[in-house]
Design a protein around this ligand. Structure first.
Ligand code: GLP
Length: 241
């Protein structure tokens, strides 16, 4: 694992964004996996700025988000589709047919998981996977305890996110919300991984994931076993290492 510690918030965001640019320049038909959240929101803004200042070819690039909320409308501003569409796909002008996402609503999520996995595989698999990390070590919606061999599946969200999404979408307590996510196994099959974490609230889990035992109780710890994984941190997230 390569660990890169940045010295400012703007350097943190642009360093991660430049990893995406480098991948796109090296191989314009790359398949790039993205993540939503506060961490990557800043990365995506930086990516859009870099592209606006130094346009590069995105006409053959494929992007997808590693997970998606289910049981809500796709047009909801908190869906991963909506965030990646507005943060990355539209600002860069990536063709819509190169934006892969599972639907938020379906009567057969098992089939949607298989279809999503096959769509990524049909384009040659993941060249670069950009990950954030949950404070409990989750990757996508792979919560603690998820087996490392897990493939794309319909998981549950953590309680806080479930509560926030119910509030923001006015969903009833009975509404069946969940999260489709590529599994740990799919993440590990990426040719290259960049894990991004910033802020003091991530310091403890960054230490557990990078320097603790490799164990499903901390899903991100599996990344210690990946042959080409870079962890990009700000100084607050790196403080406990
Ligand atoms: C969410 C997402 C993850 C994301 C993580 C961290 O639950 N499903 O893909 O990486 O939490 O989010 P944040 O960057 O807001 O801390």
């Amino acid at each position: 694992m390569k660990i890169t510690v940045t010295s400012s918030e703007s350097e943190f965001h642009s360093r991660v964004a430049w990893r995406i640019v480098e991948q796109a320049l090296r191989r314009p038909e790359s398949v790039i996996g993205l993540s939503t959240g506060r961490t990557t929101g800043g990365v995506h803004r930086s990516l859009a700025e870099i592209h606006a200042g130094h346009p590069f070819d995105v006409s053959r690039m494929t992007v997808f988000n590693l997970d998606e909320v289910t049981g809500v409308d796709r047009e909801y501003f908190g869906s991963c589709y909506y965030m990646i569409l507005h943060e990355v796909v539209l600002p860069l002008g990536i063709p819509m047919e190169h934006f892969l996402m599972p639907p938020t609503r379906s009567d057969d999520f098992a089939r949607e998981c298989t279809d999503f996995e096959h769509a990524i595989a049909a384009r040659g698999g993941i060249d670069l996977m950009v990950l954030g990390i949950g404070e409990n070590g989750h990757l996508g919606f792979n919560q603690p305890g998820t087996p490392f061999g897990q493939t794309t599946w319909l998981s549950r969200m953590d309680k806080d996110l479930d509560t926030r999404i119910r509030r923001e979408t006015n969903s009833s307590a009975e509404a069946d919300l969940g999260g489709i996510t590529i599994g740990i196994r799919n993440i590990m099959h990426s040719r290259r991984i960049v894990l991004a974490a910033n802020g003091a609230r991530k310091a403890a889990i960054v230490r557990a994931a990078l320097q603790g035992p490799v164990d499903p109780s901390v899903p991100a710890s599996v990344l210690q076993l990946h042959p080409d994984c870079e962890v990009i941190l700000d100084s607050a997230a790196a403080a406990a290492l």
